[in-house]
Design a protein around this ligand. Structure first.
Ligand code: SAH
Length: 248
């Protein structure tokens, strides 16, 4: 007996769109996304493409009206409802281009709910291209199966971050000068959380003092070696997901 083909096909391309999705909604696609579907993925009429808009879960849509540079995708059925990611924010200082892009990509894959860029005194980079970071988040979400992007916030100064810190959220602070062992501290502080990672130059002493004085702060050590900021961000996020998040 021939095997029943999987529906939607496992090989179906996934695409993030801005249009609000729902049954019967027609989504016009052009530009890079159309090039990707038509020329790279070789989508033909009646093929299925999986769509998500960050609000309405994931939808199987059928390709129609394929032309050279655009096509239409008709939403047929919802394949997944909107995801629930763990309540975990990554607060990290902006760092050089390729490295901050890597953090955005991995944070999305690891299931981070919010990315909050934080400006600190020793930051080598003090501007952030949010459009470029957003594009990395979209690509990562398409690839890893997320139905919503992490929320990407505007750059905030460290003192503003600390001043407006919400009640009831732990602030795990990766302190390269020595904090408490990670596993022990994560087990002792369950619930909504955020991880704060410094820039290439680390935190300056006054910043470290201000963070440590904050009632929500939990200083963490990530071991005896000094990690690059992107390694620290990715590794500590994975550790939180393992011990307190959705890797359990
Ligand atoms: N230039 C600094 C290192 C900065 S590393 C120095 O030489 O001391 C960048 C950031 O990664 C740090 O601010 C910290 O948040 C995090 N980090 C790196 N290694 C760490 C460790 N072993 N423990 C805790 N945090 C660490």
């Amino acid at each position: 007996m021939p095997a029943t083909p999987a529906w939607p096909p496992q090989s179906a391309p996934r695409l993030h769109v801005e249009t609000q999705l729902g049954e019967g909604v027609a989504v016009s696609v052009d530009g890079n996304a159309a090039h990707y579907l038509i020329s790279v993925m070789r989508v033909k009429a009646d093929d299925i493409v999986l769509l998500f808009d960050g609000r309405s879960g994931e939808w199987a849509a059928r390709a129609r009206d394929i032309r050279k540079r655009d096509l239409v995708l008709m939403c047929e059925a919802q394949t997944r409802t909107i995801e629930q990611v763990p309540d975990f924010w990554l607060c990290c200082a902006p760092i050089r281009k390729g490295r901050i892009d890597l953090i955005a990509e991995k944070a999305c894959e690891l299931g981070v709910a919010r990315i909050q860029p934080v400006l600190t005194r020793r930051a080598v980079v003090d501007k952030l291209n949010l459009d470029r970071l957003h594009a990395h988040l979209v690509e990562a979400a398409e690839q890893c199966g997320r139905t919503a992007l992490p929320e990407l916030r505007e750059l905030l100064k460290l003192d503003a971050l600390l001043r407006d810190w919400p009640d009831g959220r732990h602030l795990f602070f990766a302190d390269e000068t020595g904090g408490m062992p990670l596993a022990q501290e994560l087990a002792a502080h369950r619930g909504p959380a955020a991880l704060l990672i410094g820039p290439e130059g680390g935190f300056d002493p006054a910043e470290r003092e201000a963070i440590r004085a904050h009632p929500a702060a939990v200083p963490l050590s990530l071991g005896p070696r000094i990690l690059r900021a992107e390694t620290a961000a990715i590794a500590a996020t994975a550790a939180w997901m393992t011990l307190n998040g959705d890797w359990q």
